[in-house]
Design a protein around this ligand. Structure first.
Ligand code: ZN
Length: 352
């Protein structure tokens, strides 16, 4: 099930609203128009907070896949976690810094209104606007402060990891940062039982976030160490450009390939995808030759990380990536499929 819905995009980054945010808006709308307005404004400021992370990411050429907005903040899903600590902490710190700046600015504005408009206080409109500005100032300060809690998935957790990573291996830094986060989460939940139920929820949220972050980071960093040549199949089944589609399909089924690898006199020509072949009616596949279909020129080097191959599969929607050597880019020495990726994943899990 989808829990977040796209509401638009900024700089080509899709922005999604999480269902909890929508529910909160609906619930609040029943109780008070003022709180409804407040939450709508909060949503605007959470977006700005997230976009400030994205701006720094953009600066370092890190792609932001999407932004999901939650009532207590947002999550920017980035293509890959920067392993350079200097980049990670700058990216993480940008959000809280901007929230603090906005909060302080709104506080100053709230203080300025009675000075600049001494009689305006009598107008009910100005009084409401002042309350709104003041509440938004506080909310922005909370947003900044809350996100600085040194626990994943909060920004503070990322800053802490980056600081630790200056001194140790990235995966160890993740382990320690996540450990601190888990303890904080437990403490928060325990305190919450006595003081405030919200703290319990947030504590659990932090605990789960820390656990997930460790798993995914550790597996992806160990997976990054698995080379294509370690998990590729060196037996290559290819067809010639003049092979008919129905013959090509037979080769595919025999080799258990999802796509067709085309070679001419031992030189790699390209990939014809399953989707392209399926567009052709079965009775036409007997006559049509593979060279008549569009081909993708895709390959990976045998010494590259398996993650590289996996990214290509996702991006190109294929399940077969030919492997070549750097010196001989025209000669296919093996193939990787999603099975190789799954194997690499198991290998990474065993390695950690
Ligand atoms: Zn943030």
């Amino acid at each position: 099930m989808k829990y977040s819905f796209k509401i638009g995009s900024v700089w080509g980054i899709p922005v999604e609203l999480h269902i909890t945010f929508i529910l909160l808006l609906i619930i609040v709308a029943f109780f008070s128009a003022y709180y409804f307005l407040l939450i709508v404004c909060l949503f605007f400021f959470v977006t700005i907070h997230e976009l400030s992370h994205s701006t720094v990411a953009k600066h370092y050429n890190i792609k932001v896949r999407k932004i999901v907005l939650y009532p207590i903040g947002g999550v920017s899903e980035i293509e890959e976690i920067p392993e350079k600590p200097g980049i990670e902490w700058r990216m993480a710190a940008a959000g809280p810094l901007v929230s603090f700046a906005i909060g302080l600015f709104l506080l100053a504005l709230d203080q300025l209104i009675p000075i600049k408009l001494p009689f305006a206080e009598a107008l009910p409109f100005v009084a409401t606007a002042r309350t709104l500005i003041y509440d938004l100032a506080i909310l922005n300060l909370i947003l900044g402060g809350f996100n600085l809690i040194p626990a994943f998935p909060m920004d503070g957790g990322r800053i802490l990891r980056a600081l630790l990573a200056e001194k140790m291996k990235f995966s160890d830094a993740t382990k320690y940062a996540a450990f601190i986060g888990k303890i904080l989460g437990i403490l928060m939940a325990l305190f919450g039982i006595w003081y405030n139920l919200w703290l319990v929820i947030i504590g659990i949220f932090i605990y789960i976030g820390a656990t997930e972050e460790t798993e995914s980071t550790i597996i992806s960093t160990t997976m990054a160490r698995v080379r294509v040549k370690d998990v590729m199949y060196s037996e290559v089944a290819s067809v010639k450009p003049e092979t008919t589609l129905s013959e090509a399909l037979e080769v595919m089924f025999k080799a258990r390939y999802h796509d067709v690898l085309v070679e001419k006199d031992g030189v790699f020509q390209g990939i014809v995808t399953w989707n392209e072949i399926m567009k052709i009616k079965p009775e036409q596949r007997i006559q049509l030759r593979v060279e008549q279909l569009p081909m993708k020129q895709i390959s990976v080097f045998s010494d590259e990380s398996i993650l590289e191959a996996y990214k290509i599969m996702l991006r190109e929607k294929i399940d077969l990536v030919p492997v070549v050597e750097r010196e001989t880019p025209g000669k296919v020495v093996g193939v990787v499929t999603s099975e190789s990726v799954a194997y690499a994943y198991e290998k990474a899990k065993a390695l950690r």
